[in-house]
Design a protein around this ligand. Sequence first.
Ligand code: ADP
Ligand code: MG
Length: 287
Amino acid sequence: MKSLDKLREQMRRDKVFDFVAEGYNPLRGYGRTVCKGEVDVTKGVILYVENVTVSFDGFKAINDLNLLINDGELRCIIGPNGAGKTTMMDIITGKTRPDTGKVFFGQNIDLTRMNETQVAEIGIGRKFQKPTVFPEHSVFQNLELAMKMDKRALVSLRASLSGEQLTRIDEVLELIGLADQKTLTAKLLSHGQKQWLEIGMLLMSDPRLLLVDEPVAGMTHQEMDRTAKLLNELAGKHSVVVVEHDMDFVRSIASMVTVLHEGSVLAEGSMDQVQNNDKVKEVYLGS
Ligand code: ADP
Ligand code: MG
């Protein structure tokens, strides 16, 4: 635990290298200049949640929460019902404002000053539990619509797609494993396929950070395996935070795991480490 605390201290957003410290003058000519609106991940951290507390009618749903997500990382968040997992996602995406604490996208973008639309536009995609695809449209059209709804893509609804955009749709179809179902009406997809399509729709706007709430609920084992593979493939290019209950699934993802309990981090580490943690056994896995 000591070394983790030390690492946290080093990685604090305000303990930065000189060249990214507040008051840094880009004209001094060293380090990296960050353009307005571009997320700064000079320290390798894509998301900072610092000392965040949120109360609902005096009850602390989130209680002094601290969480760092590395750029390109795939992180699983687990915890019993009511631990604050969904509330945490609400805070990151501008749906809920923290009472105290800071939430930063990279070192420079203060998420607590943004609304949900703005958070989506700067590159944070959120997948809710229930898939919300357009049922009467084909798989391809769903991806096309997602692309056209992305303001940054600057495509008008009537304009035909450019070669580059068609290539992107094909790439995403491959990634989500629905290339063969491209012309199929979305309502005919299985539950798992709908979930992948929705992840694909989020990918059309190429988010830097993807938040996924309970992706495998209701899936078959085979679908779970494919979902684990998909999320693993996304990591690296995107940072992915997955909230999930299913322990076998979390194990199959084999990423770093954060255990949330009563609105705070109870433990963090590999699945083996957290499963062998006495505090975790007591509140969660042992029960
Ligand atoms: P999890 O997703 O880990 O199951 P939640 O974030 O949904 O947990 O909820 C954390 C706690 O906060 C729960 O006790 C829940 O009842 C409470 N809570 C969440 N949202 C609200 C709200 N809008 N108003 C009142 N209480 C809430
Ligand atoms: Mg929840």
